[in-house]
Design a protein around this ligand. Structure first.
Ligand code: GLU
Length: 328
């Protein structure tokens, strides 16, 4: 482990190869050219009304700012991907008239880059192996509903390598103590305490999969994202992602965490529970202007019952109303 790494208490950036540093430098240049947003669905099933509303708000934010918006597909967690979901979600977004700039970004194509960053973090002493099983963690973690904070077992006491057969460790980020802060574009700034509210997140799972936090932090930087518009359920994920960007020597984008859409019983919509997608809405006879009207009215952007295309909405929407819709 590096003598200037986090174990010694000194903060040193992880050693990264030139081609990675160059990609981040390109991202920085892109950031300086104006607004750059992204919508980043996971291809785990059809987009439901909540996902579509977030897509619409992210798209409107970028277009209203005269900026760029990218479509990024978070497809690293291969077992959760559904065949045909990438094509289906692209078709759904196109049907709604939401257009994207540049090529679609697939995270699965960037595995090499994420692995290189991971290895730099590891060589810099920012990672440690963890052999805690889910069951062990369930016994000590927060009650159901709160997000579990890793108690730091393997950080304090390195695992006994000989003890547990062939099981590979996961690799956790050795998060430096202190406050993690970020800008919320339409809400109070975000602030989380690293030790008690974030904890040492897994960046490489025991099964070898690279974690969402790592890929997302790297992508925001390399793609030069200036503002992330996404569901408020991901507000807590911002802590580890911003911390990671800081370790990589880069400032984070601003964030706009938008309210989640709930069903009639106040439960948030989820793909797992089969929340209705566009196919269901089309079966009910809704066309694209009706769906845009419905999504926009739900966000308080237009009166209920409005029918309009995405482009018409863009012309109609007032920046103040959009800012309000973005407040979770
Ligand atoms: N892929 C994540 C999701 O669909 C969103 C990631 C993000 O916007 O950062 O929930």
């Amino acid at each position: 482990m590096s003598s200037t790494g986090p174990d010694s208490g000194a903060v040193s950036p992880p050693p990264l190869p030139l081609h990675v540093v160059e990609q981040f430098a390109v991202g920085l240049q892109l950031r300086n050219q104006g607004y750059r947003g992204r919508f980043a669905p996971s291809p785990t099933g059809p987009l439901h009304a909540g996902n579509l509303r977030t897509a619409l708000l992210a798209w409107l934010s970028a277009r209203l700012a005269g900026g760029v918006i990218l479509l990024r597909i978070d497809d690293l967690d291969a077992p959760r991907n559904r065949p045909g979901a990438v094509e289906a979600l692209q078709a759904d977004l196109a049907w709604l008239g939401l257009t994207w700039d540049g090529p679609v970004e697939l995270q699965s194509r960037q595995r090499g880059l994420y692995a290189t960053v991971l290895s730099g973090l590891r060589r810099g002493g920012w990672l440690y192996p963890c052999r805690c099983s889910r069951r062990m963690l369930a016994d000590v973690s927060a009650p159901h509903g709160a997000s579990p904070i890793y108690p730091g077992t393997c950080r304090r006491q390195p695992p006994d390598w000989s003890a547990r057969g062939g099981r590979l460790p996961s690799w956790r980020l050795r998060l430096p103590p202190g406050s993690i802060r970020w800008q919320e574009r339409h809400a109070a700034p975000g602030c989380l305490d690293a030790a008690t509210q974030v904890g040492d997140v897994v960046l490489r799972r025991a099964d070898g999969f690279l974690a969402y936090h790592l890929a997302t932090a790297v992508d925001e930087l390399r793609l030069g994202i200036t503002e992330v518009v996404r569901g408020v359920d991901l507000w807590p994920a911002t802590g580890p992602q911003v911390a990671l960007m800081g370790l990589l020597g880069m400032a984070p984008p601003a964030y706009g965490h938008v309210p989640l859409l709930c069903d009639g019983r106040g439960q948030r919509l989820s793909k797992r529970d089969g929340a209705e997608g566009l196919e269901g809405m089309r079966r009910r006879g809704l066309d694209a202007p009706a769906v845009i009207g419905l999504l926009a009215a739900g966000a308080g952007l237009v009166p209920a019952g409005s029918r309009l295309s995405a482009t018409e909405l863009l012309q109609e929407v007032r920046p103040q109303a959009l800012a309000q819709a973005l407040q979770a």
